[in-house]
Design a binder for this molecule. Structure first.
Ligand SMILES: Cc1cc2nc3c(=O)[nH]c(=O)nc-3n(C[C@H](O)[C@H](O)[C@H](O)COP(=O)(O)OP(=O)(O)OC[C@H]3O[C@@H](n4cnc5c(N)ncnc54)[C@H](O)[C@@H]3O)c2cc1C
Length: 491
């Protein structure tokens, strides 16, 4: 007898799901029935629903919040994709091969190559479908953390989410809000996941998934217990993720033995104002030429590395404090390149108003004085850094470019100058259940859990040890589609 079947038979009848993490038997009769039940209506869940429509599968998307979108709706909209027409127009040479290579380098080869390949292929197909058939368009293409060429296509996330939702709903998929998935249900005769127990607007219902369940319930930044367990150092970091990111999808899969991976690489993201509440509080100015200094007024890292690794290093500085230093040229470039972040953050400066979260001065010394840093040391740091730019070599930290060693370094020289106190904040957990390239959930013994699929932030394998900007939003949508396609193709 198979291990899971044994657990199902032995435990199910007497078990209360609130007490034991073992399979919960399906009821004799379900309240509702669909080919596919999708848990979570963020990018992953809604993309999964579009694929159900395309493959003529009946589908329901369960969303516990009163609005759809999750973290996907409030994200920065950066979508990494390689070899697009937008890149060609800008004479950017990119390819799927280079994208895969960059992913593996950024992830320090701790990511799963086959899963990465599946992601990179799918994100391009998805991008092409959405830009050509659903009419969503990128605002800009920019170089960001982990990329060797500009590859972050910035979209308005609400446009993307609305387009997915509309396609899914128009095609007959049901999207239900205030419907919280509580437990996965097991069919011990067919030996597979059979459905989901759901609390929907005050009533508990059992919903059958005839062909499969897709868990797309996001990460766990807002679950203090899980954060303490997997990332104790980030327990007190600011969190700005969607309200629903409480890890329930992961827990439901874990109850069936799902393996967890990449948990040792959970990181905050660097570049936020000291009290962030949305993605508009994040600067990407370091990738346009800003340097980062600590309380001593000196640099402490290569500012072109992934903003997740930057957050780790910045938290380790004296008192956990650090500041970006840049000039007006860098500010203007950053505003143009990242309209959804720097474009918003530094806008009022053009209108003659310096926002309260940055210190501005006619000289470096003046800005440093206002920031409470030693003006002389900061000025020396900038002078030294400018000499590295001129020499084309940074002997201290090996910064060889603006982002990931790419892009020509620029001097910090044009007044006014800015000093921006910045911290890391949690915008996601980026680790989770192990999946195959077909989005099947894999258990701790390496077996797939029959009829259980997962997509998006609650999965591991794509990012590995670090993170390329723009690969979480698109990973979510890509694996949502992959999961349902795999369900539709399964014999
Ligand atoms: C501020 C911010 C900025 C970001 N910027 C970027 C960016 O520019 N580029 C990028 O690539 N990534 C970015 N990310 C990360 C990226 O947005 C997410 O990793 C990705 O969108 C997650 O998609 P998802 O569908 O997996 O999860 P979500 O979009 O979070 O959706 C999960 C949904 O599941 C629901 N849910 C949870 N539990 C249950 C349950 N039990 N029952 C029913 N429903 C449930 C949630 O309420 C939620 O709506 C950003 C994230 C944040 C927070």
């Amino acid at each position: 007898m198979k291990r899971r079947a044994f657990l199902g038979l032995g435990a199910a009848a007497a078990v209360s799901p609130a007490v034991f993490a073992v399979p919960v038997n399906r009821p004799q009769k379900f309240d509702e029935s669909y080919d596919v039940v999708i848990v979570g209506a963020g990018g992953a869940g809604l993309a999964a629903a579009t694929e159900a429509v395309k493959n003529k599968l009946s589908a329901i998307v369960l969303e516990k919040e009163s609005v759809v979108g999750g973290s996907s709706l409030i994200c920065g909209g950066q979508w990494a994709v390689g070899g697009t027409q937008e890149q060609e127009k800008r004479r950017i040479k990119d390819s799927e091969e280079l994208f895969i290579k960059d992913m593996m380098t950024t992830g320090q080869n701790q990511n799963d190559l086959d899963v990465v390949k599946a992601y990179v292929r799918e994100t391009k197909a998805l991008y092409e479908w959405m830009t050509k058939d659903l009419g969503v368009k990128p605002i800009s293409v920019t170089l960001s953390g982990g990329m060797s060429v500009p590859r972050a296509h910035t979209f308005k996330p609400a446009e993307v989410i609305n387009a997915l939702r509309k396609f899914a709903v128009d095609g007959g998929a049901k999207v239900v809000t205030r419907a919280k998935a509580e437990r996965l249900l097991w069919d011990h005769e067919r030996n597979c996941i059979a459905g989901v127990r759901v609390s929907r607007r005050g009533t508990m219902v059992n919903i059958e998934a005839k062909k499969g369940v897709v868990l797309a319930a996001g990460g766990f930044s807002r679950n203090p217990k899980m954060l303490k367990k997997y990332a104790p150092l980030l327990e007190n970091a600011a969190v700005i993720t969607g309200l629903g990111t409480q890890g329930e999808g992961i827990l439901m899969a874990q109850a069936y033995g799902a393996d967890m991976i990449d948990t040792n690489y959970i990181k905050a993201s660097y570049g936020f104002t000291l009290k962030p509440s949305t993605i508009k509080d994040m600067a990407l100015t370091q990738f346009k030429g800003a340097i980062v200094i600590n309380k001593t007024g000196r640099r402490f890292m290569d500012e072109s590395i992934s903003y997740k690794t930057q957050a780790d290093i910045a938290f380790a500085q004296p008192e956990g404090k650090s500041w970006m230093v840049f000039d007006d040229n860098i500010r203007k470039t950053a505003m143009k390149m990242d309209p959804m972040q720097d474009g918003i953050l530094w806008k009022s400066i053009d209108e003659g108003k310096c926002p309260p979260y940055v210190f501005m001065g006619g000289t470096i010394e003046e800005a440093a004085q206002k920031a409470g840093l030693d003006p002389k040391v900061v000025a020396e740091t900038v002078k030294k850094y400018n000499s590295y730019v001129d020499a084309g070599k940074d002997p201290e930290f090996g910064r060889a470019g603006l982002a990931s060693g790419q892009g020509k370094l620029v001097r910090i020289e044009k007044a006014p100058f800015f000093i921006f106190p910045s911290v890391g904040a949690m915008i996601g957990t980026y680790c989770g259940v192990r999946i195959t390239p077909k989005a099947e959930v894999v258990d701790v013994f390496g077996e797939t859990i029959p009829h259980l699929y997962a997509a998006g932030e609650m999965t591991g394998g794509v990012h590995g040890a670090s993170y390329m900007t723009g690969t979480a939003f698109s990973k979510a949508m890509s694996f949502g589609r992959i999961a349902v396609r795999a369900i539709s193709q399964r014999k």
